[in-house]
Design a binder for this molecule. Structure first.
Ligand SMILES: [Zn+2]
Length: 582
């Protein structure tokens, strides 16, 4: 951290962070609404005043807003909500006998569950609803926590392509509180028959949603840019999710802009809509419209969500990639006194740029300590079983209001984000550690190899990866040992670094076609090889041999990607040696 960066970090103001948050979160920001547009306009006007070049525009997106939910059980009304992208019931509603699914939904279709109303624990996730759908029930009731939590229940990423129209949920879904869930479970345990009548209305339609882009040009390398993004749309007032995050983006912009800070590469802020009600429609649209620009110029995607919450004391488990995690490890150690372990990304949260191979850093940053309250339990089901207990019981509820923020912790989180932005925008050498990605991929491939009947199928991939590891080490050592590398040799190194991400990020994280978007469902590392993990479930059979055929073809794709990565790296090493010697 240079002295001038320390000076900039010293300018972070709690007061301005809280003012930005208050202004953004004073209204409920449903995607495509007037209220949301006012928040976008406010952000734009602030960014302009800090010297950023802005562009606020609209595009069509499939947006789904839960409107009404009525639930009666044996004639008694219970408070409930329905969910984004769930179907509406017919006007007269649907009804069925409640069956409590204590251990989730069975994988194989159970005809006894058809036409029932299934009751289950946890948040309304797309995976759970999809699993329930197998049994063709009338509806599903999710038992949440102290409050009901708003959710989106489809897996289609962004706007649906033509062949995805049939992939939306077909079963109505509602959520109730933990306390009401306990009442129902008690009745069922006494073998009382419960008849549920459910009426829901979800307004799903193509609407105009805004996107706000704000640019601050780097002075030396204008074209490459760091994308720093967060969504503005919200559930309820969303003071933490995502008002405080938007405020952090504005504060980072204020300090960089008003100080006329010299950046090596450009900084592009992006504010999305359609995150909560369109499954990341805003960022997916941006990827669709700017595919080649992102491929050519975007060196890193830094994302921000739900920062500065009260008691948000766990900063060790935020999302990062192996090659990006060290960038934020230093500021987290310095300003939060924690060792950063990082968590591998799942396919969620505006991570719309892996198809073009853009590496990612962060999403959330600071989380709650895990506890055994119902909200914390429900979150760990959603976010995986880490040390952290999610973003707080108020996340995605009516209670996400400004009093849930801690100005001191918000300032801490802003400090970490600003330090991170300064490092990636001012370090002449792009600080993405490709060797960490290579080592991670080697580990994954060795794991897959153990499940292959013919392990040598992955021999070429491992051989190329080991060569790549050696080449990249030599190149990186050479570059970091150089006293005064020329602008040309720095550009050569940075170009190589970016191009290698184009191959490795995609290999590590993307399953399908790089020009579309994988669905928001859990993915194995190196998704092209995911079928290998299904082999154990099959005795030699027609399905088994077909799986082997898929695997064989996908291994060819992995090998070919690694060949390109190796050729690129060997050529760059040669160029660097020539530049250095010549
Ligand atoms: Zn959020």
């Amino acid at each position: 951290m240079t002295e001038s960066h320390e000076r900039l970090l010293g300018q972070i103001s709690r007061q301005s962070l809280m003012e930005f948050t208050e202004e953004i979160s004073k209204e409920v920001r449903l995607s495509g609404s007037e209220e949301e547009l006012r928040a976008f306009r406010y952000a734009e006007q602030q960014l302009k005043s800090f010297g950023f070049e802005t562009n606020l525009y609209h595009r069509k997106a499939l947006i789904s807003l839960p409107m009404e939910s009525k639930l009666q059980i044996n004639g008694v009304s219970y408070t409930s909500i329905t969910h984004s992208m769930a179907p509406s019931t017919p006007e007269i509603g649907v009804s069925g006998e409640i069956v409590y699914m204590e251990n989730g939904f069975p994988l194989e279709r159970d005809p006894d569950l058809a036409d029932k109303v299934l009751l289950t624990d946890g948040l309304a996730t797309p995976g759970a609803l999809l699993q329930a759908q197998t049994h063709m029930p009338k509806a599903v009731i999710f038992i949440n926590a102290e409050y009901t939590h708003e959710m989106i229940v489809s897996t289609v990423w962004g706007n649906p392509a033509f062949d995805q129209l049939g992939q939306y949920p077909k079963i109505p879904a509602v959520s109730i509180t933990f306390a009401d869930g306990e009442i129902l479970k008690a009745k069922l345990s006494l073998e009382e028959k419960l008849l549920a009548e459910i009426m829901t209305q979800v307004d799903t339609a193509w609407r105009d949603i805004p996107t706000l882009i704000a640019d601050y040009k780097g002075s030396e390398d204008v074209n490459p840019y760091v994308l720093f993004s967060g969504h503005i749309d919200s559930w309820h007032h969303g003071a933490m999710d995502n008002g405080s995050a938007n405020a952090t983006m504005l504060e980072v912009a204020r300090i960089i802009g008003t100080n006329k800070t010299k950046l090596h590469r450009s900084l592009r802020l992006a504010f999305w809509s359609g995150h909560s009600h369109g499954r990341y429609a805003g960022s997916a649209l941006y990827a669709d419209e700017h595919w080649e620009d992102l491929y050519d110029n975007c060196v890193l995607h830094l994302n921000i969500d739900s920062v500065g919450g009260k008691n948000s004391s766990v900063l060790s488990e935020a999302n990062a990639m192996a090659e990006t995690k060290d960038i934020v490890a230093e500021p987290i150690l310095k300003y939060a006194d924690q060792e950063f372990n990082s968590t591998r990304y799942g396919k969620a949260g505006d991570q719309s740029f892996w198809g073009m191979g853009v590496p990612s850093l962060l999403m959330g940053l600071s989380e709650q300590v895990k506890s055994d309250n119902p909200a914390s339990q429900a979150f760990s089901k959603l976010f995986g079983d880490g040390k952290a207990g999610g973003f707080g019981w108020w996340w995605h509820t009516t209670e996400d209001t400004i009093d849930k923020l801690d100005p001191v912790l918000l300032e801490r989180d802003c400090r970490i984000y600003l330090a991170t932005v300064l490092e990636i925008c001012t370090n002449p050498l792009l600080p993405i550690k490709q060797q960490n990605a290579i080592k991670e991929i080697i580990g994954f491939i060795r794991n897959y190899q153990r499940s292959l009947p013919e392990p040598e199928w992955l021999g070429i991939a491992l051989n190329r990866l080991e060569k790549l590891d050696t080449t990249v080490k030599r190149l990186t050592d050479l570059v970091h040992a150089a006293d005064f590398p020329s602008a040309h040799s720095i550009r050569t190194y940075n170009h190589w670094n970016k191009q290698l991400s184009r191959i490795l990020v995609r290999l590590n994280y993307v399953g399908g076609n790089r020009f579309s978007h994988d669905t928001a469902t859990p993915k194995m590392p190196i998704p092209l090889l995911a079928e290998i993990s299904q082999l154990e479930q099959h005795e030699p059979s027609p399905a088994y041999y077909s799986l082997l055929t898929t695997i064989r073809r996908n291994i060819n794709e992995v090998n070919f990607n690694l060949r390109e990565a190796l050729e690129l790296s060997e050529q760059t090493l040669k160029n660097w040696e020539e530049i250095q010697n010549g």
